[in-house]
Design a protein around this ligand. Structure first.
Ligand code: 6PG
Length: 234
């Protein structure tokens, strides 16, 4: 458990303000230190209030590159698209956004290869990877399924890959492109934002299980090169 630090909040609104402030600090520090920031942002519902707050922050956004930590293989503009949902709330003027899904790839593995190539010219490691966690312990789009092993044990230099979760998640029953485990765990700052007791219990169990965790988030936390900050609200 020394790999993580829990930050508890009274409610999701308080968490959103605090996490947005942390992200802004990380971005400013990266710009000061390296001239720019590359950040990966989670999809799903939990982080949207964070992005709302972040959109009100004055930063040198033209020095910031934003990538979704994962996305569903649907056209841009589709309600299931993470980069579309994030963009509706927050794509600050001047920031560079690299969608993981850009064209209707012929299959999910090809979509993953195209995304990996597109991320190839970004400075690595990520300055920040903000993750959500599903009730089943998935994070980004690292789910149980035929591609789980590729996502967690594939070549270290691979940044993104296509995956077919099995079972397909009810909230978005489509294949995905996800950052790989190594892209996530090498981030200079790893933050999780979760709400609700059920997810807290999943994460606490995952930490206890360590690298052999049955939850993908357990594997992420066990492999993380730096301690992760877990932001939680009831
Ligand atoms: C996705 C997300 C995913 C998300 C979790 C939690 O594409 O679905 O990136 O990893 O973080 O599913 O989603 P909620 O915040 O909506 O519970």
């Amino acid at each position: 458990t020394d790999e993580v630090e829990w930050w508890d909040y009274d409610d999701a609104a308080e968490m959103a303000g605090a996490v947005a402030g942390d992200i802004a600090f990380i971005i400013e520090s990266a710009i000061d230190a390296r001239g720019g920031a590359v950040i990966a942002l989670a999809g799903g519902k939990t982080p949207m209030p964070i992005y709302e707050k972040l959109s009100q922050t004055k930063l040198d956004w033209k020095r910031v590159t934003i990538v979704p930590g994962d996305d569903r293989i649907v056209p841009l503009g589709d309600p299931l698209s993470n980069v579309t949902a994030i963009g509706k709330i927050f794509i600050p003027k001047g920031a560079r956004v690299i969608p993981l899904i850009s064209e209707a790839a012929k299959d999910y593995k090809a979509a993953g290869k195209a995304a990996d190539a597109r991320l190839g010219d970004l400075h690595w490691p990520l300055d920040l990877c903000l993750l959500g966690v599903g009730a089943d312990g998935h994070t980004a789009s690292i789910f149980p399924g035929p591609d789980y092993d590729e996502a967690v044990n594939g070549p270290k230099e691979r940044r993104a890959l296509g995956v077919m979760p099995d079972p397909l998640p009810a909230e978005a029953p489509v294949p995905r492109v996800t950052l790989s485990l190594s892209a996530i765990t090498t981030a200079r700052a790893l933050m999780l934002a979760v709400t609700g007791d059920a997810k807290r219990k999943v994460i606490e169990t995952a930490i206890k299980q360590g690298p052999a965790s049955t939850y993908p988030i357990g594997r992420v936390l066990a492999d993380a090169e730096l301690p992760a900050d877990i932001h939680w609200a009831p």
